[in-house]
Design a protein around this ligand. Structure first.
Ligand SMILES: *Cc1c(COP(=O)(O)O)cnc(C)c1O
Length: 494
């Protein structure tokens, strides 16, 4: 389905059932906040103005509805509720039980999952819950009794080795960071890379695509306890049926981290072998990226992991955030509506339009395109580093982030890539035509930008110049696009 500007599905008005009521609510709220610390009220107002004026192509960001946002600003925040629904370590949790049960029910229904745990405060927390649930379910660990407990930051590599040995030297195999994986999938400096002996799979150097045969070979050799799938910067679908087959063959537990693409699963853009829920033992996610909910995390699990997942608190979590669980329930209720499926389809269609628009104008894309919500430009084709491209685009009013490309010669700091995503601007009502225009603006800026000399006379990896007038002209064009598709239309703070 390709759409043009006039037929673009406009999804945000659906999420703002009553802009007048939302305006009144926010005006009153800012008055109350401003009476205590006016500078905070001002910053909140300024953030709305900034978000409205920004051509936001950051693939992990979105715009939650006023209903979701307002749900977080309530006294549900004041309640301690460690434990699970109906089984709390604090008295008086009946209303928290209501919202947590609702969020879990919506999550189970939306994703067709047997079990949902909605307490994790973030995506990283959700992964920690999942990892310890797998360890607790599958490893008979001897009691970890260490004399003289020290702060975890003081643990030496030898200490970690000892801890891993006590757990039976468990292994995790995940996608490498430079192929688009996430630091919680076994990256050395992250706790996941310390808890587990770690190995990673990458992508085919020629095509940039996941090489399932190579994943299978690596898994056979390495025999991980956990096979991780999921990504933050891989612009393609993953075949979870194959990943499960590989996991079964080597006796691994398949954990899929769908933090980035949960909205595409919820909206039934990813179905069959590309829907992780029927294939993974455990699925983790954030709720604030393409799913368009409050900032937080969630774990879905097959029945055999449900009890262990529910022990996320006290294992790695403290008290849940009841106000955020309530907002998850509201967001998941939104995601169960037909309008959300239309939104998710538009996110994917728009990514196609963006990718085609960039390619047609000469940009080189990692994997040559996309079949999800994100696009990764290899900006070395423009003679730039990711750092230079990111800054030049920002000067021109285009907000993106630099990202390593597979086997990046410029490393993780300067990088050679720019990651772009469509979820946020699609929430504003951008369609295929607007994304094609966005592609044009991006190529204009990158083509007009060149590295400047470093002190040693070579090309700098950070410094650049953009031809006169291009940034200013692009800012005007971006503002035109944004004005035609206002964020939270009708919501006025003054
Ligand atoms: C964003 C992301 C996370 C982390 O989410 P936070 O809420 O920032 O902790 C974890 N995994 C993947 C794949 C992500 O993209």
């Amino acid at each position: 389905m390709t759409t043009d500007a006039t037929t673009s599905p406009t999804t945000v008005p659906d999420a703002v059932p009553d802009a007048v009521a939302a305006s009144a609510a926010y005006r009153s709220a800012l008055e109350v906040i401003g009476a205590v610390e006016p500078r905070v009220a001002e910053a909140i107002g300024a953030e709305l103005a900034d978000q409205r004026a920004s051509l936001k192509l950051i693939a992990s960001e979105n715009y939650a509805s006023p209903a979701v946002l307002l749900t977080m600003g309530t006294w549900l925040s004041d309640k301690y509720a460690e434990g699970t629904v109906g089984h709390r370590f604090y008295a008086g949790c009946q209303n928290v039980d209501t919202v947590e049960a609702l969020a879990a029910e919506h999550a189970r229904e939306l994703f067709g999952a047997p079990h949902a745990y909605v307490q994790p405060h973030s995506g990283i927390d959700a992964n920690l819950v999942a990892f310890w649930a797998v360890l607790a379910s599958r490893v008979e660990a001897p009691a970890l009794e260490r004399a003289g407990v020290r702060h975890v930051n003081e643990l030496t590599d030898a200490d970690w080795r000892e801890l891993r040995r006590a757990l039976g030297d468990q292994r995790m195999l995940g996608m490498s960071l430079d192929a688009g994986g996430h630091l919680t999938h076994g990256f050395r400096p992250n706790i996941s890379g310390k808890m587990f002996e770690q190995s990673s799979y990458g992508t085919d150097p020629e095509t940039g695509l996941l090489d399932y045969a190579a994943v299978r070979d690596r898994a056979r050799e390495f025999r991980p306890l956990i096979l991780m799938a999921g990504y933050s910067a891989y612009p393609r679908r993953v075949d979870f049926a194959v990943m499960r087959e590989i996991a079964d063959e080597v006796g691994a537990t398949l954990v899929v981290d769908m933090a980035h693409f949960a909205g595409l699963v919820a909206g039934k853009v990813f179905t069959g072998d590309f829907d992780p829920v029927p294939y993974a033992h455990v699925v983790t996610t954030t709720t604030h990226k393409s799913l368009r909910g409050p900032r937080g995390g969630m774990v879905l699990a097959q029945p055999e992991f449900a009890d262990a997942v529910d022990r996320g608190c006290p294992m790695v979590l403290g008290g849940p955030l009841p106000h955020v669980m309530a907002a998850k329930a509201v967001a998941l209720a939104e995601a169960r509506r037909p309008a959300f499926a239309a939104y998710a389809q538009a996110v994917a269609d728009n990514a196609q339009s963006l990718a085609e628009g960039l390619t047609r104008r000469g940009a080189r894309l990692v994997t040559g395109g996309t079949d999800n919500h994100l696009v990764l430009i290899d900006v070395s084709g423009f003679g730039l580093t990711g750092r230079q491209a990111e800054s030049a685009l920002l000067d021109a009013g285009v907000v993106s982030n630099r990202n390593a490309v597979p086997a990046d010669p410029n490393g993780a700091w300067y990088t050679s890539g720019i990651r772009l995503g469509t979820p946020a601007l699609t929430s504003r009502g951008f369609g295929a035509a607007e994304f094609d225009r966005t592609a044009e603006l991006i190529v204009d800026v990158l083509s007009a930008t060149a590295p400047t000399a470093a002190r040693d006379g070579g090309a700098s990896k950070a410094r650049y110049t953009t031809a006169d007038g291009v940034a200013a002209r692009t800012r005007v064009a971006a503002a035109e696009l944004l004005d035609a598709h206002p964020l939270y239309p009708g919501l006025e703070l003054a």
